[in-house]
Design a protein around this ligand. Sequence first.
Ligand SMILES: *Cc1c(COP(=O)(O)O)cnc(C)c1O
Length: 390
Amino acid sequence: MSENKKHFETEAIRTQSENTQFSEHSVPLYLTSGFVFEDSEEMRASFAEEKQRDLYSRYSNPNVNEFVDKVCKMEGAEAGFAFASGMAAVFSTFATLLDAGDHVVSCSSVFGATHGLFTKYFPKWNIECSYFDIDKVETIESLIQPNTKFIYAETPTNPGVDVLDLEFLSAICKKHNLLLVIDNCFATPYLQQPIKFGADLVIHSATKLMDGQGRVLGGVTVGKKELIREIYLFSRLTGPSMSPFNAWVLSKSLETLAIRVERHCENALKLATFLEAHPKVTWVKYPFLKSHPKHDIAKKQMKMGGSIVAFEVEGGIAGGKAFFDSIKMCSLSANLGDTRTIVTHPASTTHAKVEASVKAAAGITDGMVRCSLGLEHIDDIIADIEQALA
Ligand SMILES: *Cc1c(COP(=O)(O)O)cnc(C)c1O
């Protein structure tokens, strides 16, 4: 890392594409599919990669480059590639790293679509996946096989808000010569930088807190230069790249990531503390509450506790539904990481068709509510939830 590295907030704002002839203060949108060359020699050298420049927006684009540079600085990564969505990042990373006959060890509580890739599409490419429970990390080593390529995890997890020890996972990977791939979407690079703890690749859905305003889809994978080079080569052929427009929006969004995430976390901690003292709430899970089973690990690897609070209302499925029907201001939605506070009932929606044992392993109970704290005034958020509980 260079001597003159500036603080997170400063890099987020001052990492910008080069000024153009108009000396704009705010980087403009380069809505172009292609780029022109001076002469045949420049064209030849560019395609031969002897000269670094943009050729075609499926490969790279000034707005996309700026977005990737910002995320690399935030995560302490050597290189990155940006995608049209978080799932495009997840899929392209997997497709690059894995060959037929390979094996992956993954935490059982991962994003639903990622789990769908493992169960629906991996088998047809003869790729196997073994899962470990969030509460049984001591079983991870026993799942490793000679053909295992990487360990995959998210922390904090969705929707259970459990925490995995990144240093511990990285030590296992080093011992068995595996890669560690982390989906850092819930924490954002402002709260947690998995590369510091030994991760090789970090994936984000930029759709969530990176945009933070529910406008655009995006994804990014950052990490070791030689791995990103392979992901780039795969992606420039297959075309999952981020659009210049979305990259332009997201580059501006990242300028305010630190200040937004800080407020999201403040609101979340205040709501979690309120809920913990409420008689109709059976339990509350939030990484920065002392009652969280992995509170010490959360404190070690996260700057603040994140924007998601999980809790259980009395009365099982019926109690959960009654709570949702009484909500007035918060949005009933499955999204997260928005300026608007969102409440989700996993048991009757996202996980309605999931087996009971799988739900239990992910920490989902019938009366469980997942709340993604927004940026409204905390008193208004609490007032809405308080009247719905009543
Ligand atoms: C939303 C999400 C994704 C997928 O991102 P999209 O941008 O919706 O494709 C992947 N991982 C996690 C943890 C997510 O929350």
